[in-house]
Design a protein around this ligand. Structure first.
Ligand SMILES: [Zn+2]
Length: 643
């Protein structure tokens, strides 16, 4: 397998950053932006946009409508109203949100438009009750300055838009999708940057710098998912692949690298197809229903599919493709895998192909029968897909299209980032979204008098913010940077300011728990979202009351992130780490002393270091070191005085 030299493949990356704003209200109504999972009311809708609204013919979109999925929306009082339910026209654009977008435009030296027009952009997945997302262009042009080893570099800004966030996907079942309306209508600023070339690390620096600039304004929301990056990746001037949903910066470099490798692998696969002398018409030129060949199969995968009434298996002949579908130019990059991801879009589990058969319980005889049916030679490949007939027909068309596209290398499509830094197919790339003017909201002129007071709100540099934070809380520079860049700056300040004057909980301790400890747990692939801000507050409150020790804080984090327990209290009892009472500690230390009498007799007070070590090991963090030391010293003095 090859290794990839990233510098040699003309890697280009464009960022589109979606940043939630910390406004008091949503963009088009007076509801609060805070998220909830306690919904009080639900309603269902069926969205049936017309063909003309879909614009160009898009088989994926047609398929989604064919499924006629019902969409269920959940609402909660205070976080959604009749506007989110699309029962009432949108109210005026939030002044606070528009001001934030204008402040960022000034900070990025972007050209602000004379008039802001609210537009409707069609969305077809049910993520908006109205069937479209409202968006408005606020500025274009400008640049963000990136400091790197060579000095200051400028990355151009394409556009700055203010838009409404989509509803929150709660579940995506076969027959229904469920969304929460609490996130629908939350204001987002979308900043699209010019595509740049460079190493993945340099690109991470760009995203980091822009994120820091936004945060320095103190006008943006924090927390997981409050900043989302869409990344457009291409190599060798090829088609652009859009990757959605990168939420963590430490995931970004990996995602870019994986996608560059995937695209380069696809080009190597295309070279192989060309070398095999295959023509477009030879791909999928013969289809055969092979359900009866498979009906006697011992394969558990086949049996599972056939247990669904009306399920069929069809085989597709692909002439000249022998060895190509299973060819793996880079680890994990194969056409077979691409096909598997593709059919998952249609709700199927995967495909079988000739390069991996016999296998999966499908034997040689069945493989030969399929070949005979297809009249496939040893130079030809085949792909088998099984499921309900209607879905199989869609999937076959998609597979044939995908294999034809493989001859050209990389298809333009939309992919999703995985938490471990790969990308997976999510849908074919839609054509440019159609926009229509939003007739319910009047145009907003942007006058100089409107901008005048905003110049003073342009954020200080990130450097200045870090210095202020470090000085205020007595943090070293590294810790100040980590807290500032984390999702927990507001929580950090809140916890520190809630401490009593005599508190032993220092800001440095809080900062390192909220950054280094959480980051290291996240690197162990634990789910940071199951440790909520409320839980963190509660943990520090227990610590302040002396219920747990400092040493226990990361243990409680870990227990909660592993989802082994659902509350801080349960974590503390499951871990058995509540602080010992004086009587319990007394008893535990007496035992340590009894067990070590020979050493005490020999060394006298000199044995205290050893006793301290044994005690702390036995207590497993259930008592503070100073307390143990004091009690141990007292006991030892008494013991030695009496003997
Ligand atoms: Zn509302």
């Amino acid at each position: 397998m090859a290794t990839l030299d990233l510098a040699s493949i003309g890697l280009k990356v464009g960022f589109e950053i979606h940043q939630q704003l910390a406004t008091k209200t949503k963009l088009f109504c007076e509801c609060s932006c805070s998220e909830t999972d306690k919904y009080g009311y639900a309603f269902t809708r069926k969205l049936r946009p017309t063909q003309s609204e879909l614009g160009i013919y898009d088989p994926a979109a047609v398929f989604e409508f064919k499924k006629m999925r019902t969409t269920k929306y959940y609402s909660a009082p205070g976080s959604s109203c009749l506007v989110e339910a699309d029962e009432e026209p949108p109210h005026e654009v939030s002044k606070e949100a528009l001001e934030s977008a204008l402040v960022f435009s000034l900070a990025l030296r972007s050209r602000i438009v004379d008039e802001v027009h609210v537009m409707r952009k069609i969305v077809i997945d049910g993520s908006n009750t109205s069937g479209f997302q409202r968006t408005m262009l606020v500025a274009n042009g400008g640049f963000v300055e990136i400091a790197d080893k060579q000095g200051i570099k400028r990355v151009g800004v394409q556009t700055i838009c203010l838009e409404e966030d989509a509803a929150k996907l709660i579940s995506d079942g076969e027959t229904a999708r469920e969304y929460g309306l609490d996130r629908l209508g939350v204001p987002l600023v979308e900043i699209a940057l010019e595509p740049i070339s460079g190493t993945p690390e340099e690109m991470v620096q760009v995203a980091l710098t822009l994120g820091r600039l936004l945060r320095a304004s103190k006008r943006v929301a924090r927390g997981l998912g409050s900043i989302r990056q869409d990344v457009n990746v291409s190599i060798q001037n090829g088609p652009v692949v859009e990757i959605k949903g990168v939420q963590q910066l430490d995931q970004l470099a990996k995602v870019i690298e994986h996608e560059a490798k995937r695209q380069h692998g696809l080009i190597m696969i295309a070279d192989r197809i060309k070398a095999a002398g295959v023509s477009l018409e030879q791909i999928g030129d013969r289809l055969e229903d092979i359900t009866n060949v498979f009906s006697q199969s011992d394969s558990s995968m086949v049996k599972k599919i056939l247990s669904d009434k009306g399920a069929i298996f069809k085989a597709i002949r692909i002439r000249g493709f022998a060895g190509i579908i299973g060819f793996e130019p880079y680890l994990g990059i194969r056409l077979g895998k691409e096909l598997g991801e593709l059919v998952r879009f249609y709700g199927l589990g995967g495909v079988f192909h000739s390069d991996e058969l016999p296998g999966y319980g499908i034997d040689e005889k069945q493989v030969k029968d399929v070949r005979d049916r297809l009249q496939a030679s040893s130079r030809d490949a085949f792909v088998i897909v099984g499921g309900r007939q209607e879905i199989v027909e869609y999937a076959i068309q998609a597979i044939i299209q995908r294999l034809k596209a493989a001859m050209a290398g990389v298809p333009a499509e939309t992919r999703a980032a995985t938490s471990d830094g790969r990308t997976v197919f999510s849908r074919p790339r839609p054509g440019a979204a159609r926009m229509y003017p939003e007739t319910d909201i009047p145009t907003i002129p942007v006058s100089e008098s409107m901008l005048e007071p905003l110049y003073g709100l342009v954020p200080k540099s990130w450097e200045q913010e870090i210095n202020l934070l470090a000085a205020k809380y007595g943090l070293n520079r590294k810790l100040a940077e980590q807290v500032f860049d984390s999702d927990y700056l507001a929580l950090f300040e809140e916890i520190c300011s809630s401490q009593k004057a005599d508190s032993k909980i220092q800001p440095t301790f809080v900062a390192s728990k909220l950054t280094e400890d959480i980051v290291s747990l996240r690197r162990q692939k634990l789910d940071v979202s199951s440790l909520t801000e409320d839980m963190i507050r509660e943990i520090f409150e227990r610590l302040a009351r002396g219920v747990i020790t400092k040493e226990s804080v990361p243990l409680v984090f870990e227990k909660l992130m592993k989802k082994e327990v659902g509350s801080v209290n349960d974590a503390i009892s499951a871990l058995g780490i509540s602080v010992l009472t004086d009587a319990e500690l007394d008893k535990a230390l007496d035992k340590v002393i009894r067990d070590n009498m020979p050493a005490i007799k020999q060394k006298g007070m000199g044995s205290i270091g050893m006793l301290m070590g044994r005690s702390m090991a036995a207590l497993k963090g259930r008592a503070d070191g100073n307390r143990v030391n004091a009690m141990l010293k007292e006991k030892l003095e008494k013991l030695l005085a009496s003997s």
